[in-house]
Design a protein around this ligand. Structure first.
Ligand SMILES: *[C@@H]1O[C@H](CO)[C@@H](O)[C@H](O)[C@H]1NC(C)=O
Ligand SMILES: *[C@@H]1O[C@H](CO)[C@@H](O)[C@H](O)[C@H]1NC(C)=O
Ligand SMILES: *[C@@H]1O[C@H](CO)[C@@H](O)[C@H](O)[C@H]1NC(C)=O
Ligand SMILES: *[C@@H]1O[C@H](CO)[C@@H](O)[C@H](O)[C@H]1NC(C)=O
Ligand SMILES: *[C@@H]1O[C@H](CO)[C@@H](O)[C@H](O)[C@H]1NC(C)=O
Ligand SMILES: *[C@@H]1O[C@H](CO)[C@@H](O)[C@H](O)[C@H]1NC(C)=O
Ligand SMILES: *[C@@H]1O[C@H](CO)[C@@H](O)[C@H](O)[C@H]1NC(C)=O
Ligand SMILES: *[C@@H]1O[C@H](CO)[C@@H](O)[C@H](O)[C@H]1NC(C)=O
Length: 475
C-alpha cells in the first residue's frame, strides 16, 4: 500500500541520518540543539524531560515544529516548582533558527553566562514571543532584551524587577503584549509608555507603582487589556484618556487610589469588554451608572465594583445589570446597596459562580432563586440587614461551597434543607439571632465548616463530626 511504502521510505531516510523533513520530523541540528539545552538545564528540568529514544523531536513534550519543514518553531518549557537558579547559556538556542515562540517559564535562570546575553537572540529573526516569567532575573537584563526587535510579546512577570526605568526602556520595543506583573517595580509610569502604539495588552498589576497615570495613556487605542490592579497609583476621574479606549476586553484598576467620578457611560464604547474591575482603596471615588443612564453594549463576565460609592450611595443597583446574562463573578461589596436581596442576579446569569455582596444594606428575606442554579459556588451576603432565610438551598443551589451570612439579623430556625446538600459547604452564620437546636439543625451530611458564634443556638452537636469541622456556638 502507498502508506506502507511511505513509511519504508521514511525509515530509509531516518537511518540515513539526513533529513527529508515531512516524514523524518525535526532535522538533526535542531534535535542536537534541544539535547544540548536539555543537558545544560539538566538540574533545572525534571529527569528525562525529553525522551531521546523517540527520534522525531517534534513529538517531544512542549516542542512545536513547522508541519512542512519539520523545523522547531516553538519551545514551551515550564519547570515549576522552582528549580535552583543559575545563569543561562543563550548560545545554545542559536541553532533553532526558525524559533518563533520561546518560553523558559520557571526554569530557574538568574541571568546569562558571561560573554553572551539575551541580545544574541536577535539572530533568531523569527522570534516573536518570549516568556521569561517566573525566573530570578533583575533589572540588569533589560538592556539586552531591548535589542530584540522582532519580539511582539514579552512576559517578564514574576522576575524580581524593581526599577520603573525598566518600563521606560522596554517602551522602545514594538510590543503587542507586555507583562510586568508580580514584580516589585517601585516608581512612576513615565510617558514613554505612550509610544507603544501597537500595544494590545499591558499587565502592570501587583507592583508598587505610584503617582498619576500619564494623561497620554489614551493614545494607546489598540489596548485590549489594561491591568493596573494592586498598585499605589492615583487615577483621577473623569478622565479623557479612558474615554478614548474602544477595544478594551479587560480593564482592571482594583486596589489603587481612585478619585473623582467615573461615568460608566464613558466606557460603554468598549463592546468587547468582559472584565471590569474597579475597587478603590480610598473613599474619594464614585462610580455613576444611572446619570446618565448607562446601557452597556458588552456582556460582562467579571464585574468587580467594590467600595465604589455606587451612584453616591443612593442604594440603587445599577440598572444595566438587568441586561447582563454572562456574568460569572459579581463583587459589589461595600456600596450601601439596599432593598431586597437581588436573587435575580443569580437567575439572570446561568454561569454565575461568585456573588459577593457583603457590606451593603439589603434587608428582608434571602429568597431562593426559583429555579435550580448549578453554577453558584460562593455566596457572600455578610454584613447586611437580612432577616429571614427561606432557602430550599439543596434544591436551588446544589453546588454551593461557601455561604457567608455573618452579621445580619437572621432569626428563627436554620433550614433543614442544608443537610441535604450535595456538595460540602462551608457556612458562616455568626452574629445573627438564629434560635435552634444545633443537633436538629445540623445533621452534618453536607456541611464542611460551620461557624455559629454569637447566635442563640442550643443543644449539642452530633457525635460523628468530620475531623475538619469547626464550630463555636458560644453566645
Ligand atoms: C555555551 O554554549 C556554546 C554552544 O554549545 C558553547 O560553545 C559555549 O562554550 C558555552 N558557553 C559557556 C560559557 O559555557
Ligand atoms: C542582577 O543579576 C545579575 C546576574 O545574575 C547579578 O550579577 C547582579 O548582582 C544582580 N543585581 C542585583 C541588584 O541583584
Ligand atoms: C505570566 O503571565 C502570563 C499571562 O500574562 C501567564 O500565562 C504566566 O503563567 C505568568 N507566569 C508566571 C510565572 O506566573
Ligand atoms: C520605593 O522607592 C522610594 C524612593 O523612590 C523609597 O523611599 C521606598 O523605600 C521604596 N519602597 C520600597 C518598598 O522599596
Ligand atoms: C498623545 O497624547 C498627547 C497628550 O494626551 C497628545 O498631545 C498627543 O497628540 C498624542 N499623540 C498621538 C500620536 O495621538
Ligand atoms: C456559560 O458558559 C459556557 C461555557 O463557558 C458558555 O459556552 C456559555 O455561552 C455561557 N453562557 C452565557 C449566557 O454566557
Ligand atoms: C464572613 O464574613 C465576615 C464579614 O464580612 C468575615 O469577617 C468572615 O471572615 C467571613 N467568614 C468566612 C468563614 O470567610
Ligand atoms: C431538600 O431538603 C428538604 C428539607 O430537608 C427535603 O424535604 C427535600 O427532599 C430535599 N430535596 C432534595 C432535592 O434533596
Amino acid at each position: 500500500t502507498p502508506s506502507l511504502a511511505a513509511a519504508l521510505l521514511c525509515l530509509v531516510i531516518i537511518s540515513g541520518e539526513r533529513f527529508l523533513p515531512q516524514c523524518a520530523g525535526c532535522p538533526r541540528d535542531d534535535r542536537r540543539a534541544l539535547l544540548d539545552i536539555q543537558s545544560f538545564l539538566s538540574e533545572h528540568l525534571p529527569l528525562n524531560y525529553w525522551d531521546s529514544s523517540i527520534r522525531d523531536c517534534c513529538q517531544w513534550r512542549d516542542v512545536t515544529c513547522d508541519s512542512r519543514t519539520g523545523r522547531v518553531t516553538g519551545l514551551d518549557l515550564d519547570a515549576f516548582p522552582y528549580p535552583p537558579a543559575s545563569p543561562l547559556n543563550t548560545s545554545l538556542f542559536l541553532p533553532l533558527e526558525e524559533l518563533q515562540s520561546l518560553s523558559l517559564k520557571n526554569v530557574g535562570i538568574n541571568g546569562c553566562m558571561p560573554g553572551a546575553g539575551f541580545e544574541i537572540w536577535s539572530k533568531l529573526t523569527k522570534l516573536k514571543v518570549l516568556d521569561l516569567s517566573g525566573n530570578m532575573l533583575n533589572d540588569s537584563i533589560i538592556t539586552s532584551l531591548v535589542a530584540l526587535s522582532t519580539i511582539r510579546s514579552l512576559f517578564l512577570n514574576y522576575t524580581a524587577l524593581s526599577s520603573a526605568v525598566t518600563i521606560q526602556q522596554l517602551s522602545t520595543m514594538k510590543l503587542e503584549t507586555l507583562d510586568l506583573s508580580d514584580n516589585a517595580i517601585n516608581g512612576t509610569i513615565s510617558t514613554g509608555i505612550c509610544n507603544m502604539e501597537i500595544l494590545q495588552e499591558l499587565h502592570l498589576n501587583d507592583n508598587m507603582l505610584f503617582g498619576e497615570l500619564p494623561s497620554c495613556i489614551g493614545n494607546l487605542t489598540s489596548l485590549r487589556v489594561l491591568d493596573l490592579s494592586n498598585n499605589l497609583l492615583r487615577v483621577k476621574f473623569p478622565s479623557p484618556s479612558f474615554a478614548k479606549f474602544t477595544s478594551l476586553v479587560k480593564l482592571s484598576l482594583s486596589n489603587n487610589h481612585l478619585e473623582g467620578v467615573l461615568f460608566l457611560s464613558s466606557l460603554s464604547n468598549n463592546r468587547q469588554l468582559t472584565h471590569l474591575e474597579l475597587a478603590s482603596s480610598g473613599n474619594d471615588f464614585q462610580l455613576q451608572t444611572e446619570n446618565p443612564a448607562t446601557d452597556m453594549s458588552a456582556q460582562l463576565q467579571v464585574l468587580v465594583l467594590r467600595n465604589c460609592n455606587l451612584n453616591g450611595n443612593s442604594a440603587v443597583i445599577p440598572r444595566f445589570l438587568l441586561h447582563q446574562h454572562s456574568l460569572d463573578l459579581i463583587d459589589m461589596s461595600n456600596n450601601n446597596l439596599g432593598g431586597y436581596f437581588p436573587s435575580w442576579l443569580i437567575e439572570n446569569n446561568v454561569n454565575l459562580s461568585y456573588l459577593i455582596l457583603r457590606g451593603n444594606s439589603f434587608s428582608g428575606p434571602l429568597f431562593p432563586p426559583p429555579k435550580v442554579h448549578i453554577n453558584l459556588q460562593w455566596l457572600d451576603a455578610s454584613c447586611n440587614k437580612l432577616s429571614k432565610l427561606t432557602m430550599e438551598i439543596n434544591v436551588s443551589l446544589p453546588n454551593l461551597q461557601y455561604l457567608n451570612l455573618s452579621d445580619n439579623s437572621f432569626q428563627g430556625v436554620f433550614p433543614s434543607s442544608f443537610n441535604n446538600m450535595v456538595s460540602r459547604v462551608g457556612v458562616d452564620l455568626s452574629s445573627n439571632n438564629f434560635l435552634d437546636d444545633i443537633g436538629a439543625a445540623f445533621k452534618m451530611i453536607g456541611i464542611a465548616n460551620l461557624i455559629l458564634s454569637r447566635n442563640n443556638f442550643y443543644g449539642s452537636l452530633p457525635q460523628e463530626l468530620p475531623p475538619h469541622f469547626f464550630s463555636s456556638s458560644a453566645k
